[in-house]
Design a protein around this ligand. Structure first.
Ligand code: ADP
Ligand code: ZN
Length: 797
């Protein structure tokens, strides 16, 4: 029998199946989807069995060394999904499979040589290697005996040496000791005066079930020696049992029943629930304003899925959403829920994955990679905040979670729900075309009003002589909240701060005359550059719009805001939430809890407080620089700005008291900011779509991004030019190839970066051409350090 295998060497020449002989004693065991250890050149590596077949065309096959899994870690569905993923995202199949599995399953295999006989009997070549040691690493032997490895082989043949393989797993399984009373325990064996032993026995008798040894010892205040005595007398049996590390250990959740749905919720719930009951692979776009009760609909749909005996995946964008969301799911579904996000340790992730793999849970709540949860009876996938960037994976495989979700739902014949208050333009456009089924919730639950939103023109503040980062109206609003003992959220958008130049008098931001994209400031030669087409111009000393002299690039951090805040409002208690204050595990949750318990008046933070917060006492949201993100050199910057502002606004007035939002801005007339005041998503969609059509951006065109990097700048320039030329030659006339130009981040870790971009519509050759590029450059060893990264439908520029 032959195992056709994908090996763990991400390179073009290995992105095919390698055949290995299955030794007789493994024939019953090896199945597709299992991890195995195989020899590859001089090394041993991990591989995934894709197929088991009878014959191979290849002569002189090597054998499998070891099987790592008792059951397949990849189901047939996931094996096929990986193949599709590799093709769609132009990556290696091994990268696709590894992305589906927890890091703990990526093992390191080392080969060791073990001495069986005494040194003096050995060949003199080997003697110096072993000295006093009995075991050495195989690679040390290869290094030391380069060219004379036949001596090792001889020694192996003669039984002087043996080979060992050591498989190192990250986040290994954890075991615990358990005890119970022996079946026929003869108590007379315990002496009258052995009180502690008697106490232990009595306790076990009363509990009458298996218990953790440690728990029993502390409950009875006895020692390990007492227990040992009982075990030795065969009164108690002890064994080791594998346990799961529970990321939510010690957190109590109160069971909450389903809420009676409002009429509007019911109208949305009915079609989804029909789709669940009829096993339809339909994609719904649930467009519901913030606080409209989307989550309650998710919960009730999942309940239906569970009643059918099926499983559900609930995706949330990132860790910031997890604590509050997880609490709501645990409260409804208790132990049926596993969680998966980047905040878990390797071991915790591994354990949660195993609980899913063994069908011990029915619901997973998790971030991006949870879309690969190895359920076999999948009945529903939900993607909350579907517009979020974090659903796009930045490294290989550069997949979009939505596409994977839809693909899996197709396989399982089940629905997908994409939910958002501000859907991505791509999704909304598809829903309008009828590709997805559009469902809307236009009102907050029980008709609570949407918050009132006001724009504060920061140029006027400057004119009035206020140079502080807080406008007069924001200061007053904050003071009122302090008096009324209500809470406020202050949001500082850090992203995009460092790159753009703006006139503080009139709000003018220099843009590329060819691409409609903000120019990026380059400190090195004090110039402005376009990262789409390469256009470059000098940094102006006065504003070309208003001739003011306050044109410069600016930025500020949360820490600076906090200092300023304590200076102007010393009586306010502030909680700051950013990367620095949430570094430690659980810090995030602690800060939110403290705020929830009213231990602070103001929550000051970055992106991580924009979403998911549901606190009744927040009546004011202040956004310090509403336009910060508007000027990132990315054609989606307007969309992101609208989405973010709408999200942040949604934190205010979610319960009884109405909410107020203040947006400070230097460009108050921009449509992305203006339309937030009306909570007008439709208006925004129409306006932005028109822009995209003119500039030929998605969703009217597809895009692909090719980034070339190398420590050697001339090589990067030459190769990226070659790639651009090749693309221009092969693509049809309607397809636009832009570049090569310097990447937005021109150098990372001493590697210079250049990029090309393709904008295309009906161009079947794109995937093929990019695959060619990848294969060509990675096969050609003379390319040295050159790296090529390909991104279909890029989100990060
Ligand atoms: P969204 O996910 O759309 O932001 P949520 O599901 O968080 O909205 O709902 C907002 C608030 O309304 C929450 O506090 C939630 O408990 C409450 N809620 C949702 N549905 C109902 C309902 N049918 N009856 C009463 N309260 C509800
Ligand atoms: Zn340009």
């Amino acid at each position: 029998m032959i195992a056709r295998t994908i090996v763990d060497v991400p390179a073009a020449q290995t992105d095919r199946l390698f055949d290995y002989i299955i030794p007789d004693h493994l024939e019953e065991i090896v199945r597709p989807g299992m991890r195995i250890v195989v020899p590859f050149g001089p090394r041993l590596i991990q591989g995934f069995v894709i197929e088991v077949v009878q014959e191979s065309d290849v002569q002189k096959l090597k054998s499998i060394e070891e099987v790592l899994d008792p059951t397949p870690v990849l189901t047939d569905e996931l094996l096929t999904l990986g193949e599709w993923l590799a093709e769609q995202t132009i990556c290696f199949r091994i990268s696709a499979y590894q992305a589906m599995l927890p890091a703990a399953l990526k093992t390191a295999v080392t080969k060791e040589l073990h001495l069986l006989t005494e040194l003096n009997e050995l060949h003199p070549y080997l003697q110096p290697l072993f000295k006093e040691k009995r075991t050495i690493l195989w690679k040390d032997a290869v290094d030391a005996l380069a060219g004379h490895l036949k001596h090792v082989r001889n020694a192996l043949d003669q039984g002087q040496l043996a080979v060992h393989y050591v498989v190192k797993e990250k986040g290994k399984k954890k075991t615990e000791k358990w005890i119970k009373l022996a079946d026929s325990a003869d108590e007379t064996k315990v002496k009258e005066n052995a009180h502690k032993q008697r106490e232990l026995l009595l306790y076990l008798k009363q509990q009458d079930k298996a218990l953790r040894s440690q728990e029993v010892l502390s409950a009875t205040k006895t020692t390990r020696a007492n227990l040992k005595a009982l075990i030795d007398k065969h009164l108690v049996v002890e064994w080791e049992q594998e346990t799961y590390r529970d990321p939510l250990q010690g957190v109590e959740y109160k069971q909450t029943p389903a809420l009676p749905l409002t009429d509007e919720q019911q109208q949305v719930f009915t079609p989804i629930s029909e789709s669940v009951l009829n096993n339809q692979s339909e994609t719904f776009l649930l467009h519901g304003v913030t606080g409209s009760g989307k989550t309650e609909i998710y919960l009730q749909t999942i309940e239906q899925v569970l009643n059918q005996g099926k499983e559900a995946i609930m995706l949330v964008p990132e860790i910031s959403l997890t604590p509050q969301i997880v609490a709501r799911f645990k409260a409804r579904f208790g132990d049926e829920v596993a969680v998966m996000h980047s905040g878990l340790s390797t071991g915790e992730k591994y354990d949660e994955w195993r609980r899913i793999h063994r069908s011990e849970v029915k619901v997973v709540v998790g971030a991006r990679s949870a879309v690969f949860a190895p359920f076999s009876k999948l009945g529903l996938i939900i993607m909350d905040e579907e517009h979020e960037m974090s659903y796009k994976q930045e490294d290989m495989p550069r997949y979009h979670t939505k596409e994977v979700a839809i693909k899996r739902a197709n396989y399982h014949q089940c629905p997908v729900i994409l939910g958002s208050a501000t859907p991505s333009l791509e999704s909304y456009a598809r829903a309008k075309k009828g590709v997805y089924t559009l469902l809307s919730l236009k009102h907050r639950v029980h008709n609570r009003p949407m918050p009132t939103v006001e724009i504060v023109d920061m140029r006027e503040e400057l004119r009035a002589g206020n140079r502080s980062m807080f406008s007069t109206s924001l200061m007053e609003a904050l003071k009122t909240r302090l008096e009324r003992k209500e809470q406020s959220v202050l949001f500082l958008n850090r992203r995009g701060y460092s790159t753009f130049v703006m006139c503080r008098d009139c709000g003018y931001v220099p843009q590329c005359e060819h691409c409609d994209i903000s120019l990026t400031y380059h400190r090195s030669n004090h110039s402005l550059k376009c990262h789409y087409c390469g256009h470059e111009e000098a940094m102006p000393s006065v504003c070309p719009e208003c001739e003011g002299e306050h044109i410069r690039f600016f930025g500020t951090g949360t820490q600076k805001v906090e200092e300023e805040l304590t200076r102007v409002l010393p009586e306010a208690r502030v909680i700051r939430m950013d990367v620095d204050t949430t570094r430690t595990k659980g810090a995030h949750q602690k800060l939110l809890d403290a705020f929830g318990h009213g231990e602070a008046d103001i929550l000051l933070g970055t992106q991580m407080i924009a979403k998911g917060l549901d606190f009744p006492n927040i009546t004011l949201v202040g956004v310090l620089a509403a336009d910060a993100m508007l000027h990132i050199p990315d054609f989606r910057s307007g969309e992101r700005t609208f989405q973010l502002l709408e999200q942040v606004s949604g934190r205010a007035g979610r319960h009884e008291q109405p909410g107020e939002v203040l947006l400070q801005s230097y460009t108050p007339d921009h449509y992305s900011i203006q339309l937030v005041t009306e909570h007008n998503y439709e208006g925004f969609f129409d306006y932005e779509m028109a822009q995209r059509r003119t500039a030929e951006y998605p969703p009217y065109r597809f895009m692909a991004l090719i980034t070339v990097s190398d420590p050697d700048l001339p090589n990067v320039i030459e190769k990226s030019q070659k790639i651009a030329d090749y693309l221009k030659r092969t693509m049809s006339k309607e397809t636009v190839v832009l570049g090569p130009v310097v990447s937005p981040i021109a150098r990372i870790k001493d590697r210079y970066r250049y990029q090309c971009m393709i904008k295309y519509k009906n161009e079947p050759r794109v995937i093929e051409a990019l695959q060619q590029i990848l294969r060509h450059y990675l096969r050609d060893t003379t390319q040295g350090n050159l790296q090529i990264s390909l991104d279909m439908h890029p989100y990060f520029f």
